[in-house]
Design a protein around this ligand. Structure first.
Ligand code: BGC
Length: 460
């Protein structure tokens, strides 16, 4: 794309952003507006959305998750929290077995008098290319089925006027686009599966299609997955990831107007705020960036990452009014292991090791982490640039099986979920830190739920 075109798109985005601000301050009710730039119906719909779909809106509580949480000892303390509804296969649209389908959830949301519902769009071809635990039903080339059998029916249901008064938040394709940057080509972390998805373009095409089709529904708010700080917070991943996200949003005639914001830390464990050290601290003349834990990352925690990545996204061409979501379902790191203050200033490593809340053995660990706790309860507008803290990953649902489990969902056995595993290049060859005896991803894992309750921070 030529520079001129980029500039043209940006200035239109800025105009729309200004318009959205006006609409937000006037209650966001004006519908018949022109964007003055020959805008499409899509961009007018985008302008009519409220700035923050979480503001002043009662969130939908998924009764299926709620019942599982309430059935656990101590679980009733959180069973009324809103969690993400994962559409993790085509059958989930109608409902797998006797579980609720998409319409059931939307009807129930209307019944609850909810103002906002959170869906997870999660079924790309060749899903989870750098791991095995959440491989899906669609092979790498199944882009056609993704479009016609998955996204199209979802978009049709969401467009039903019966749901027009719900703000429908869609978090789009967790863990997909960053994989194209960090786990391909000459990177030591590259996998053949991610190389295939980069070469065939089906992650970009799939995400682009989802954003266009869902974004055409005026009350849908698309938030694209943006990994977490312990993944794309490094210099060589940061701008490149924003660029891939821009490419996906604008592919095949798509527009940044279909992107309301981004979600970070989904199903991950990165601490929200590390209060005991900042990226600017030095010990004995050495920056905390030089510590083994931080390892030259640009951010020490998820909040600072989400805010700075937001700036990067805007300068890459996304609208200046985008908002960020942070999944705080399992990043609390409370309990007896939580440091009460900064570590000793013997050297930069003792300082960071003694002070960090995130107790993982390595930031690359992602499966059923031992010692993790529930994080901040879902909250609207908690910090500048952040639309909400959300619980997209439903606490108590496994990240992956700790041994081979036969299943018909395409899910594999990833040794990052095996507590005896000694690691790979993506976690610096550290032990996995995973809890034992875990079922396949998405299944209820009582021992993990108990661990999350015990280590909740803020405590319950
Ligand atoms: C799984 C999904 C599940 C989701 C929420 C993912 O890791 O692959 O099947 O719905 O987690 O628990």
């Amino acid at each position: 794309m030529s520079r001129t075109r980029t500039r043209h798109r940006r200035s239109r985005a800025f105009f729309l952003a200004a318009l959205a601000t006006v609409l937000a301050t006037t209650g966001g009710t004006a519908l018949a507006v022109s964007d003055g730039a020959g805008g499409t119906a899509q961009s007018r719909a985008a302008a009519a959305r409220v700035d923050n779909p979480y503001a002043g809106a009662k969130p939908y509580v998924n009764p299926e998750w709620s019942a599982k949480a309430a059935a656990e000892p101590g679980g009733s303390a959180v069973a009324d929290q809103p969690t993400g509804v994962w559409l993790d296969r085509i059958a989930a649209i109608e409902g797998v077995g006797d579980s609720m389908g998409l319409r059931d959830h939307l009807d129930e949301a209307v019944e609850q008098g909810a103002g906002v519902i959170q869906l997870v769009i999660y079924n790309l071809p060749g899903r989870d290319c750098a791991a095995l635990a959440s491989n899906g039903e669609l092979g790498p080339t199944a882009i056609g089925r993704y479009q016609t059998d998955y996204i199209d029916p979802i978009a049709a249901i969401l467009a039903d006027p019966a749901y027009a008064n719900l703000r429908i938040v869609t978090t789009v394709e967790i863990d997909s686009l960053p994989n194209l940057v960090t786990n391909t080509g000459s990177r030591p972390t590259a996998t053949p599966e991610c190389d295939v998805m980069k070469a065939n373009g089906n992650y970009i095409k799939g995400v682009g299609y989802a954003l266009r089709e869902l974004g055409a529904v005026p009350n849908v708010y698309n938030y694209v997955d943006a990994g977490h700080h312990g993944w794309i917070g490094w210099e060589d991943n940061f701008a490149a990831s924003a660029q891939v996200m821009y490419e996906a949003a604008t592919t095949e005639g798509g527009s940044v107007d279909n992107v309301h914001g981004f979600v970070t830390n989904t199903a991950n464990y990165s601490a929200l705020k590390e209060n005991n050290f900042t990226i600017d601290d030095t010990v004995g003349g050495r920056s905390v960036r030089e510590s083994t834990w931080v390892d030259w990352n640009r951010s020490v925690d998820e909040l600072s990452f989400a805010q700075s990545f937001r700036g990067q996204l805007v300068s890459t061409g996304f609208r200046s009014d985008i908002g960020m979501l942070i999944d705080t379902s399992r990043n609390g790191w409370g309990g007896s292991e939580r440091p009460a203050g900064p570590g000793p200033t013997t050297d930069v490593n003792t300082y960071v090791e003694g002070g960090r809340y995130d107790r993982r053995l390595h930031m690359g660990n992602w499966c059923n982490q031992s010692g993790a706790g529930l994080g901040e309860r879902p909250t609207a507008s908690p910090e500048a640039g952040i639309d909400a803290y959300v619980w997209i990953k439903p606490p108590g649902e496994s990240d992956g099986a700790s041994k081979t489990f036969p299943n018909d969902e395409g899910k594999g056995f990833d040794r990052m979920c095996d507590p005896t595993y000694e690691g790979n290049p993506r976690n610096g060859f550290n032990p996995s830190g995973a809890l034992p005896d875990a079922p396949i991803s998405g299944k209820w894992f009582s021992a993990q739920f108990q661990e999350l309750l015990k280590n909740a921070h803020p405590s319950l």
